[in-house]
Design a protein around this ligand. Structure first.
Ligand code: NAD
Length: 496
């Protein structure tokens, strides 16, 4: 099913950044355009920061960390997170409209992971941890060097966090980084992706107008220039980079962060496998395979490789294909749509390039494969299904970040595990079987940070999310994520 209604919208986002407690334009006065990817129209502008603006933001965050009580005053932090939560809730509907316009995400998704779900726990869960977490613990009296000493382990904030965010789920990722970094007592410079700046500048405005967060604790810097992200990575005043984005950028951040021994937390790409075991109920399970098209496939944890038993391969393709013909795609403001546009012409062309490569390398194009003729405006790609895919093909190895599913045959459970793990990424996965026990046994063998069994969904602010291998280092969310924003200190003194 497709739709062609006009997603034209009149949202006007916040142009100003937040630097050192002030809502401000770039020093140069420059702005850049924010595009609606569903219409290709300019929604409005946002401040275009230069290195000078980023420098002011870093200096402010450093000063706020070193010279205010933010890092030690837990009660203040808790109150501020509650104020920000209330402010965001008051603007929930404006945020919803704005996210659909600038991200091109289906409005349906804003009732879930694009907005309502992170708004329900992204700040609240870390705020609750402020009271529940063990900030100090005692070790037994030690006797090193023959000296009896009491010993205490302290958890302290890392310092200044550079938070770098991608465009696909910008509000979710921003709120999760903010919640954990602030609850743990850090200060921050937040840099949204140039494609989706307004949700971040709105948060900046709300922080300035509606919370007691001291000046400099949170700075929001928007720029059309990716170098501003790199400036955060190379600046010695920044202690930790909390990055979500592509593996290529993650690698560069590690390299550029090395001279200052930057603490790094990297949430990167994926090419996750969904394994359908031979005893699974195909009729009940496979029609949902087109879920891979949700938000144009622009999700790092999408299960983009479908592994099915060779003995039932053609049967599987016949069940999967109709789902691809009926995906609701088009105008993201239409509540029946699950797939909107790609974020930009560049991303659309990148996806189309991968599709061409798949055909070139001998995969069978079953559905889609091009730009939809009935959607001349907007960066759309048809829901696309490939069969007869070998795991060595480019479309099976690389992250496409588009509405594209590749279906790969396997011989037995061992072969399925081998294929699932035969990829540089290790972000997520899924296993479906008539026996939960058998599915869990296979899931345990998948080298990935999250695995859903029989359709289980793991997301939540309490669930550590992240990747093995080239999918990243560290975890977003959960207590594992919380601790990444903390340093560890041991105090000791003579024991009586
Ligand atoms: P990207 O790496 O191009 O950009 C991400 C952010 O990094 C942007 O804010 C960008 O301005 C900034 N950036 C670019 N170059 C930089 C540099 N040299 N130094 C510092 N910052 C720099 O990624 P994208 O295209 O915006 O997002 C899509 C990618 O993000 C996909 O690969 C996807 O899998 C990944 N992603 C991962 C997760 C996860 O949790 N693992 C979640 C969402 C997206």
């Amino acid at each position: 099913m497709t739709t062609t209604t006009d997603p034209g919208t009149t949202v006007q986002g916040e142009i100003r950044m937040l630097i050192d407690g002030e809502l401000t334009e770039a020093r140069s006065g420059k702005r850049f355009d924010n595009l609606n990817p569903a219409t290709e129209e300019v929604l409005g502008q946002v401040a275009d920061a230069s290195a000078e603006d980023a420098d002011r933001a870093i200096a402010a965050a450093r000063r706020a960390f070193d010279e205010t009580s933010w890092s030690t005053d837990r009660a203040l932090r808790r109150r501020c997170l509650e104020q920000l939560q209330a402010a965001l809730e008051d603007e929930r509907e404006a945020l919803r409209t704005e996210l659909v316009a600038e991200v091109g995400c289906p409005i349906l998704l804003t009732y879930g992971p694009q907005l309502d779900e992170p708004l329900s726990d992204g700040l609240r869960w870390p705020a609750a941890m402020i009271d529940q977490f063990s900030w100090e613990r005692d070790l037994p009296v030690g006797n090193a060097f023959g000296m009896r000493s009491w010993r205490k382990v302290l958890k302290e904030p890392v310092g200044v966090v550079g938070a770098i965010v991608p465009w696909n789920y910008p509000f979710e990722i921003t709120v999760q980084k903010l919640g954990q970094a602030l609850a743990t007592g850090n200060t921050m410079v937040l840099k949204p992706a140039p494609d989706t700046p307004w949700n971040a500048t709105r948060i900046g405005r709300l922080i300035a107008e509606r919370t007691d967060i001291p000046a400099g604790v949170v700075n929001v810097v928007t720029s059309s220039d990716h170098q501003i992200g790199e400036q955060l990575v190379t600046d010695p005043r920044v202690d930790l980079i909390s990055f979500t984005g592509s593996t290529a950028t993650g690698r560069r951040i590690m390299e550029k962060g090395a001279p200052t021994l930057k603490r790094l937390f990297l949430e990167l790409g994926g090419k996750s496998a969904q394994i359908i075991l031979d005893d699974a109920d195909f009729a009940a399970t496979l029609p949902t395979s087109s879920f891979v098209c949700v938000h144009g496939g622009q999700g790092c944890a999408m299960l983009t490789r479908l592994l099915v038993p060779r003995s039932r391969y053609e049967e599987a393709i016949e069940i999967i294909a109709p789902g691809f013909e009926t995906v609701g795609y088009g105008d993201p403001t239409d509540p029946s749509v699950i797939q909107g546009p790609q974020i930009s012409a560049r991303q659309r062309d990148r996806v189309l390039g991968y599709i061409d490569k798949g055909v070139e390398e001998g995969a069978r194009l079953v559905c889609g494969g091009g730009r939809p003729a009935h959607l001349p405006r907007g960066f759309y790609v048809e829901p696309t299904l490939f069969a007869d895919v070998d795991n060595s093909m480019t479309i099976a190895r690389e992250e496409i970040f588009g509405p594209v599913l590749v279906v790969i045959p396997f011989e037995d459970d061992d072969d399925a595990v081998r294929i699932a793990n035969d990829n540089e990424y290790g972000l997520s996965g899924g296993v479906t079987s008539g026996s939960e026990e058998r599915a869990i046994a296979v899931a345990r063998r998948i080298r990935a940070g999250t695995v859903g069994v029989n359709g289980g969904v793991f997301y939540g602010a309490d669930a550590p999310f992240g990747g093995y291998k080239a999918s990243g280092i560290g975890r977003q969310n959960g207590i594992e994520g919380f601790e990444q924003y903390l340093e560890t200190k041991v105090l000791s003194g003579p024991a009586s």
